[in-house]
Design a protein around this ligand. Structure first.
Ligand code: SF4
Length: 444
């Protein structure tokens, strides 16, 4: 199978043996049969017992050589034509992305699917919360398929509805529910796009909102116009980095550990809080360090360091640029002179940028090859399996968000779409928050 190919691709010329786990080179189906996120950066994270499991798929896909799988995928796609759209996330492995119609981040892809009105099926080569978002935004008659049900997201799984509702009950008991003199309620829930649909719905029901890494500052501004403080989940780093850039002191950003009473905080700390940060993180972006940045600067004088805001605060502070996957792409694309970029985000995306812009020197800040293990769960065998089933008229691995959850989640998503950055003095209304930057139409 294509694990070796993947390792070769993601290694991109690095010395053999510099991967984060030898399991990356193990036979594909060995790790797929065990519960967990698979080999890669989040393989040690605790997987919730309620997470979907992927059953064993037929031997004809497990035993097929790479070339045959690619041929079968292409044939199935050709047969289905516009009836199917295949979406590939920036962090997805190359041997899957080569079959994608669109390449983008989670929200861009969910929107890209809407540009294909004839598509009866949306095959999302990403992770579970992304497929849920696509289902929320898709037409009722469109079916959303996740090729491997075990492709969750360890960060999204760090906040579940029961824990968030329990935290909300504690916080509202402490803060009360009365607005202040400016009409601002005591607390507003804000969830990152990387969260389960029921958490987006929770925000919709409770006056809250969704954010992406592109528009988190605008969304926090929106929240502070309506609330005295924010409960931000699940990614502490995006919340902290965004709030700090807005001038909020880190002393007023306590962390909420869902396993502890009061989240591990005193009542006084919570009353002083402006942003209560959920104890969640992305295992991929947590790997980046200030030492790696210093090393890159020593070895490549003049290097431009770009990191994703899911990285720890010290890393974001030490970088030249911090921003979403879309901003990372745009920063590289905008460089008119040959430039050296050290990038702190998932390795598949970094290596794809390096291949796309050979005039620049582009490398991953982390010298150890460690892909997003949950994306890694989807490989061509699963894609061939779901596509050939569609040709036969069968829908496998459908992701269905219950109607009531969809309604409330849409409220929170629509608030995000309507949120506008605050105009600077003398500036006209800059329009809605940046949420729908373009995907790459791979077929274009
Ligand atoms: S990179 Fe991190 S946040 Fe993104 S899907 Fe993987 S584990 Fe989740």
């Amino acid at each position: 199978m294509s694990i070796a190919t993947t390792i070769e691709l993601i290694s991109n010329g690095r010395a053999a043996g510099t991967t984060c786990t030898p399991d990356l080179a193990a036979p594909t189906w060995d790790f797929d049969s065990v519960p967990g996120y698979g080999p890669g950066s989040s393989m040690s994270d605790v997987i919730p017992t309620s997470s979907p499991r992927q059953g064993v798929i037929p031997d004809e896909y497990r035993n097929a050589p790479d070339d045959e799988l690619h041929e079968r995928i292409e044939r199935a796609k050709a047969t289905l034509g516009d009836r199917v759209v295949v979406l590939g996330h920036f962090y997805q492995r190359d041997e899957v992305v080569r079959h994608a119609d669109f390449l983008g981040d989670s929200f861009q892809l969910a929107n890209a699917a809407l540009t294909k009105p004839d598509a009866e099926a949306i095959v999302f080569c990403g992770v579970h919360f992304m497929a849920e978002t696509a289902d929320i935004l898709a037409r009722d008659d469109q079916r959303v398929i996740l090729p491997n049900l075990a492709a969750g997201c360890s960060m999204a799984d760090m906040a579940d509805i029961d824990s968030v509702e329990a935290a909300w009950a504690e916080l509202t008991a402490l803060y009360g529910t009365e607005p202040d003199a400016d009409g601002r309620v005591p607390v507003i829930p804000v969830t990152y796009m990387n969260s389960a649909a029921d958490l987006k719905a929770f925000c919709g029901r409770n006056g809250g909102i969704v954010c992406t890494s592109s528009n988190a500052a605008t969304v926090l501004e929106w929240a502070f116009e309506r609330g005295q403080r924010v409960l931000f989940f699940p990614d502490q780093h995006l919340g902290r980095n965004t709030a700090k850039a807005m001038g909020i002191s880190t002393d007023r950003m306590p962390m909420w550990n869902p396993r502890l009473a009061g989240g591990g905080n005193t009542a006084a700390e919570l009353l002083e809080a402006q942003v209560v940060l959920w104890h969640g993180f992305c295992s991929v972006h947590r790997r980046f360090t200030v030492d790696q940045i210093e090393q890159a600067r020593r070895e490549h004088p003049g290097v431009t360091v770009i990191v994703h805001p899911e990285c720890p605060m010290a890393v974001v502070d030490a970088a030249d640029v911090a921003g979403s996957t879309d901003l990372i792409r745009k920063t590289v694309a905008a460089a008119t002179e040959p430039t050296t970029f050290a990038i702190g985000t998932e390795i598949n995306m970094v290596n794809r940028l390096a291949a796309e812009y050979p005039q620049h020197t582009i490398f991953c800040l982390d010298p150890v090859v460690c892909p997003c293990s949950t994306m890694y769960r989807i490989h061509p065998g699963y894609l061939a399996w779901v596509l050939e089933a569609l040709v036969r008229g069968e829908v496998l691995n459908e992701i269905v968000v219950p109607a009531a959850v969809q309604v409330d989640a849409k409220v929170a998503l629509e608030r995000m779409l309507a949120a506008r950055p605050r105009p600077l003095a003398g500036q006209r209304d800059p329009g809605p928050a940046a949420t729908t930057a373009t995907t790459t139409d791979v077929r274009a």
